[in-house]
Write a protein that binds this ligand. Structure first.
Ligand SMILES: Cc1cc2nc3c(=O)[nH]c(=O)nc-3n(C[C@H](O)[C@H](O)[C@H](O)COP(=O)(O)OP(=O)(O)OC[C@H]3O[C@@H](n4cnc5c(N)ncnc54)[C@H](O)[C@@H]3O)c2cc1C
Length: 412
C-alpha cells in the first residue's frame, strides 16, 4: 500500500457519517468495501446532531474563551459544559491537556491546520450529491442571536480571527427586530452567509444506501473486538462469529476510537463530549439554522419542526442521558425564541462528539500500514466527514498523504 497500490478490499469499522464517507470515496478508487457497526448506521453522534455544514465556523474547540467558560461551568450544574465530579484520572489528564491547548497561539495554529480541509468540505458534499446520494444539503445562512450588541462581541472577535487565518467567511451584523423564530429579547443578530444544513440521520442513511447500491456491504450488529494483524494478512474480529479477512481497515468509531486504535500507536485520546437534542413544533416554518452562542444552543430545521441541540458533557459515550440536561437547554432558550411549542418536544437524544484535546481530528495511517484512522472531529464531524472520506481514500489508494491531512497524523 505504501508503494501506491490500492487495496482490493477494505473493512470500515463504524457506520457514522465519517466511516460511510470513507467507504463511499474508497469505492471511487475501485476498492470493495464492507462497513461494520456494532449497532446500526448513524447509531452514534451522526444522528441527533445539529446538522450544520458550516466550514465557516469549524474552528478548534480549545480556545481561551472555552477555558474561561469551563472553569465557571464547574460550579454551575445547569451550565452548557458539564464535567461530572468523580474520580476519573484519565478524564482529568485529558482535560488538563485540553486546557493547555486553550491559548490564542495554539488556537491559531490549529485553525491554520483546519483551513484546507474546511475549504474542501462543501465540494465533497457536492460530489456526493452529484453522484446519487439522495438527501438534500440545503444552502442557508446561520443566524446568531444576542440580547445586546455587547453580547455579540465574543462571536465577532472569533469570526475576525477565523477570517484572519485566511478562511473565506462573510457575515452581516444587524440591530433591531430579527424576526421569527427569535423573540423580542433578541436585539442584535450576526448572519453568517453561505453555509448549509442537513437532516444528519437521514443523510447518513442515504449515504449508506448509496454505498450499498454501488456494491458495498453494510453489516449492522457487528461489534469489532480487535484487529488481528499478522505478516501478510489482517482480519477484523467480531464479538461473536467469524473474523472477516481483508486488505486494509479504517477505524471510524467516533468517541469509541481509543480501544481499537491504541494498539496501532495512536496515543491521542478521544473522549466523548456528549450533546443533547430534541425537536419541537413551531407556529410557522423555520427555514434557516439559528444559533444562540451565549447559551451554546444550535437550532436547525428538521422534518418540518425545529431541532434544538446543546451541551458538552464529558461522560462515557454509553452512559444514560442525564434527564436534567434537556430541561437546561429548554430553559436557556425559552425566552429567546418565539412561536415554539416546548410541550411538543420529541426525539430526546444524547450523542457523543468525539473530542481530542488539541482540537484536531485524527486522519491517516497508523503504525500498521494496513490500519487507518478517521475520527476525532469533535464539534465538526458532519461538516468535515465527506472531505475526510475524500482525502483519506486518496491516501489509502495512492499511498501518498494529501497535504490537507498532514496536520491530523494519528501518530502525532
Ligand atoms: C448535539 C450535537 C450537535 C452537533 N452538531 C454538529 C453540527 O451541526 N455540525 C457538525 O459538523 N457536527 C456536529 N456535531 C458533531 C458530529 O455529530 C460528530 O463529529 C460526528 O457525528 C462524528 O461522526 P463519526 O462517524 O466519527 O462518529 P459516530 O457517528 O459516533 O459513529 C461511530 C460509529 O462507530 C460505531 N462503533 C463504535 N465502536 C464500535 C466497534 N467496536 N465495532 C463496530 N462499530 C463500532 C458506533 O456504533 C457508531 O455508529 C454535533 C454533535 C452533537 C452531539
Amino acid at each position: 500500500m505504501t508503494g501506491g497500490t490500492a487495496p482490493r478490499r477494505c473493512v470500515v469499522v463504524g457506520g457514522g457519517l465519517v466511516g460511510l464517507s470513507v467507504a463511499w470515496f474508497l469505492q471511487e478508487h475501485g476498492v470493495s468495501v464492507t462497513v461494520v457497526d456494532r449497532s446500526a448506521v448513524a447509531a452514534g453522534a451522526s444522528w441527533g446532531n445539529a446538522g450544520w455544514l458550516s466550514p465557516g465556523l469549524a474552528t478548534p474547540l480549545p480556545e481561551p474563551a472555552v477555558l474561561r467558560y469551563g472553569l465557571r461551568a464547574l460550579l454551575d450544574p445547569g451550565a452548557a459544559l458539564a464535567v461530572p465530579a468523580r474520580l476519573d484520572p484519565s478524564l482529568w489528564r485529558f482535560l488538563l491537556t485540553f486546557a493547555r491547548h486553550c491559548t490564542a497561539a495554539q488556537w491559531h495554529r490549529a485553525m491554520l491546520a483546519l483551513a484546507e480541509i474546511n475549504a474542501a468540505a462543501l465540494a465533497a458534499y457536492d460530489e456526493l450529491g452529484r453522484s446519487g446520494v439522495a438527501a438534500p444539503a440545503t444552502p442557508a445562512p446561520i443566524t446568531a442571536g444576542f440580547t445586546s450588541a455587547q453580547e455579540a462581541r465574543s462571536l465577532l472577535a472569533e469570526l475576525a480571527a477565523i477570517r484572519a487565518s485566511g478562511q473565506d467567511l462573510s457575515f452581516t451584523v444587524r440591530d433591531g427586530d430579527p424576526g421569527a423564530p427569535f423573540s423580542d429579547r433578541i436585539t442584535c443578530t450576526v448572519e453568517i452567509a453561505d453555509q448549509r444544513y442537513i437532516d444528519p440521520g437521514g443523510y447518513t442513511a442515504a449515504l449508506a444506501e448509496s454505498v450499498a447500491a454501488r456494491g458495498g456491504t453494510i453489516r449492522a450488529g457487528f461489534t469489532v473486538t480487535r484487529l488481528r494483524s499478522e505478516a501478510g494478512s489482517i482480519s477484523v474480529e467480531p464479538a461473536s462469529g467469524d473474523p472477516v479477512p481483508t486488505d486494509a481497515v479504517v477505524l471510524a468509531t467516533g468517541a469509541w476510537l481509543d480501544t481499537l486504535a491504541r494498539p496501532f500507536g495512536v496515543r491521542r485520546r478521544v473522549r466523548a463530549g456528549r450533546g443533547y437534542s430534541f425537536d419541537v413544533a413551531t407556529s410557522s416554518p423555520v427555514t434557516r439554522p439559528v444559533y444562540l452562542p451565549a447559551q451554546r444552543v444550535a437550532c436547525t430545521p428538521y422534518q418540518g419542526r425545529l431541532r434544538v441541540a446543546g451541551t458538552m458533557e464529558f461522560r462515557g459515550p454509553d452512559e444514560a442521558p442525564v434527564a436534567g440536561r434537556f430541561a437546561a437547554i429548554r430553559e436557556s432558550s425559552r425566552d429567546l425564541l418565539s412561536g415554539v411549542d416546548w410541550d411538543s418536544a420529541a426525539h430526546h437524544w444524547v450523542g457523543p462528539r468525539p473530542v481530542t484535546a488539541d482540537g484536531l481530528p485524527l486522519i491517516g495511517a497508523t503504525s500498521d500500514p494496513r490500519v487507518f484512522v478517521a475520527g476525532g472531529h469533535g464539534m465538526w464531524g458532519i461538516t468535515l466527514g465527506p472531505a475526510t472520506g475524500m482525502l483519506l481514500a486518496e491516501r489509502i489508494a495512492t499511498g501518498k498523504d494529501p497535504a490537507a491531512i498532514l496536520p491530523f497524523n494519528p501518530l502525532r
